[in-house]
Design a protein around this ligand. Structure first.
Ligand SMILES: [Zn+2]
Length: 95
């Protein structure tokens, strides 16, 4: 008779994001929050930049373009827009 055993390992991880302001501390003109580069918002919210630009085009997220052409996004409005669209979107956690 053969006895089979199954062993499961569960690994819990944590990620810490250190976000440094772009171009000093640029503030959102609509709500006053610090603006971040689109790539920083993507990493923070675990989404891709394409979705961020789609949200901007829909007018769902606050943003500004700096003189160099870089897009700075308001993470607060972006997170609120994502939550309103999809309540399953989780922020700051790995899936
Ligand atoms: Zn804002």
């Amino acid at each position: 008779m053969e006895i089979k055993r199954t062993t499961e390992f569960f690994i819990e991880t944590a990620r810490r994001f250190v976000v440094r302001p772009v171009n000093g501390n640029t503030r959102c003109l609509a709500c006053g929050e610090s603006l971040l580069a689109a790539e920083q918002c993507a990493a923070l919210l675990q989404i891709n930049c394409r979705l961020i630009f789609q949200m901007i085009e829909r007018g769902a997220a606050h943003f500004v373009e700096n003189p160099t052409g870089a897009t700075l996004v308001c993470p607060t409005s972006l997170a609120a827009a994502l939550s309103a669209e999809s309540p399953t979107v989780r922020t700051g956690e790995e899936t």
